[in-house]
Design a protein around this ligand. Structure first.
Ligand SMILES: Nc1ncnc2c1ncn2[C@@H]1O[C@H](COP(=O)(O)OP(=O)(O)O)[C@@H](O)[C@H]1O
Ligand SMILES: [Mg+2]
Length: 245
């Protein structure tokens, strides 16, 4: 059974159809890629799944139960955590306090010794324990992305949504990220939905891939299948020539 099931979901912004009758299943334990050119609707779909945006129509199920009756502040407790494409952190707070924000659904009281210990463990796991007491502001983008990942992990999710985790990483870090995401999935018993522009990373990390273009799902399959799919090739070539124009 699918852990996450998106059924015919549409979300409009004024005249723009950001997500157009999209359906997709994410099987438990898989690393699933969600790709598509800029503006395809990937982040909007994350925002719908995490209930930041209400869909205009369609149904969303997580673990066999509707998500649409779950208010946004309950999403994490149901087992869904995410990182943001552009990083959403409290810049004046320390790295540790930002991660502690993620523990509040699991450990009370906030800032208890147990919560701090878990937050520090998560920071070590993502490789940035050394900056725990630094304010978030001023740290490099790639480090901030790791802070968000630690914050997501301490919430003990079953489904982790990663929105462009390679953003701000150098070439070497990107090449290590795929193995890291697989280790993360295994160590934390996660299901991962991965949005990423870095094709090499998605193709080598995801076991199944869904492709969006202008809000519509145009393809799904294994990395090999989607890379050979003419509609996918066309969507990416079209996007390139638009950027060149
Ligand atoms: N809050 C919003 N208000 C208006 N338009 C939006 C909003 N969020 C997304 N969109 C539009 O929806 C479309 C899909 O955007 P997005 O989901 O960010 O794409 P992607 O993440 O695939 O690059 C774009 O045309 C974008 O401008
Ligand atoms: Mg996006």
């Amino acid at each position: 059974m699918a852990l996450l099931s998106v059924r015919n979901v549409t979300r409009r912004f004024g005249g723009i159809v950001a997500i157009d009758a999209v359906s997709l299943d994410v099987a438990k334990g898989q690393i699933v890629g969600l790709i598509g050119p800029n503006g395809a609707g990937k982040t909007t779909l994350f925002n719908v799944i995490t209930r930041l945006y209400r869909p205009d129509s369609g149904e969303l199920e997580f673990d066999g139960k509707s998500l649409l009756r779950t208010p946004p502040h309950r999403i994490v407790r149901r087992g869904i955590a995410r990182t943001f494409q552009n990083v959403e952190l409290f810049r004046t707070m320390t790295v540790l306090d930002n991660v502690l924000v993620g523990t509040h659904t699991r450990t009370r009281p906030f800032r208890s010794g147990a919560a701090r210990e878990r937050a520090l463990e998560a920071l070590d796991y993502v490789g940035i324990g050394a900056v725990a007491n630094r304010p978030a502001s001023g740290l490099p983008f790639g480090t901030l992305k790791r802070v968000e990942l630690a914050r997501a992990l301490v919430a003990e999710p079953r489904l982790l949504l990663l929105d462009e985790p390679a953003g701000g990483l150098n070439h070497e870090e990107v090449s290590e990220l795929g193995a890291f995401i697989r280790r993360l999935r295994d160590d934390f018993d996660l299901t991962v939905l991965l949005v990423e522009h870095h094709m090499g990373l998605v193709m080598s990390t995801a076991e199944h891939i869904h492709v969006l273009d202008f809000g519509r799902k145009i393809a799904e399959g294994t990395p090999d299948e989607v890379q050979r799919n003419p509609a996918v090739i066309e969507a990416y070539l079209g996007a390139e020539s638009n950027e060149a124009a």
